[in-house]
Design a binder for this molecule. Sequence first.
Ligand code: PLP
Length: 366
Amino acid sequence: MKDCMAERWEQGSEFHSIPAASNIGADKFPWEGTRVLYGSGRDALRALLSHGMSERGWRRIHIPSYFCQKVARAILSTGIEVAVYPDRPDIPLSHHDSIKGKPGDVVLLVNSFGLRGKAYASVADRGDFEIIEDHSHDPWSSWARESDADWCIASLRKTLPIPDGGVVWSPMRKKLPTLAQVTPEHQSASLEKLAAMKLKSLYLSGGPATKEDFRRLAVSGESRIAAGPVSGMPVWTEDLLQSFPVESWRMRRRSNHETLCDALQDIFWVKALAPDSYTADTPFSCVLIFDTSARRAFVQERLVESHVYAAVLWPLDEPAVDGIPNYSIDLSRRMLSVHCDMRYDERDMFRVAAMIRDFGEAFHDA
Ligand SMILES: Cc1ncc(COP(=O)(O)O)c(C=O)c1O
C-alpha cells in the first residue's frame, strides 16, 4: 500500500475532499451575517451585475486586462458593456494608472493571486462610479476584511475544498441581489464535482479509484458549473463552508509560498511574484514568470509528466473582450501558477522546486 501511495503522489490541480478536523470551529468570514450565497463566483457576479443594471443604472463595467476570460464571458452574458483597464500583477502599485469612469460605470478590482493589499483599491479614482472587488484568491485577507467597496464577490472553491460556491456581500451595506434557487443543472454539476473530489481522495489514499474516473467527472461537472441561469448554493456546500480551519490553512499557504520562492530565488530565468509582506497578505499560489514562453511551455509539460499540475492563470490567446494589451498577453504566456495550499508541506514544495530547476535548466532554446 505504501508503494502504491508513493506512486500516486501528485501536486496541483483541483482539491480532493478534505474532512475538517472535528474539534475545530469554522474561522470567521469577512461577510458575517449579510451575504448572499451562489453556485459559483460567476453566478455571484452575474447576479450582482443584473441587480446593478436594473437598480443602479449600470451600463458599463471596467475589468482588468489581466483576468480570467471565462469570467469575462460570464460578464458579457449579462448584456453589460465591457471596457478593459490596464492591469499588471507583476509590477508594484505605484506603476498603475488610475482608473477613470463616468456615471453608469462600475469598476471590478481584483486581488489577483492574493498579492494585493487594500492600498490597491486606490487605483480606482472613486467619484462617479461604484466599485466591486473580487476576493476569490484570498477571501479572508485584511483587504477583504477592511474593504470599503460597494460590493464584494468571491468564488469560494479556489481556496476551499468544496465543489462549487460563490458569495456577494456589501461592506457599504448596500442592497444585495436576491437569493436564487439551486437550479437542477447546477445541482447535478455540483454533485458530479463532489463525486470527483471523493474519488480523488480515495485514489490519493491508495484506494480503488482511477485518475481517469475522477478526472472525467471533474471535467464534466466543471463544464456545467456556471452554465444556465444563475443558481443558488447547494445545501451540502453551505454546510461544508462552515467547517474549515481557514486560518491555519492560510498560514500553510504562506509558508509553502515562501519555501518555493526561496528555493527558486537564485535562478535567473524565473521570477516568483511575492507579496509586500507575508504577515499582511496570503498569496493564492506561487506565480512564476519565466524569461520566455518556450521555457514556460517546456517546464509545464515536464511537470505534467511528473504529476505536477500547475495552471496558466489566465490564458489570453483567445480573449473574450477586445482591448487586451500585448504586455498582458505576453505575461500570460510566460506565467505558471504553482499550487501551495494546505494539501502540501515543505517537502512537497522542495520537490516541486527541484523539478522546476532541473527542467528549466534542461531547456535549450532552438
Ligand atoms: C479571480 C476570479 N474570480 C472569479 C472567478 C469565477 O469563479 P467560479 O469558477 O466559481 O465561477 C474566477 C474563476 O476562475 C477567478 O479566477
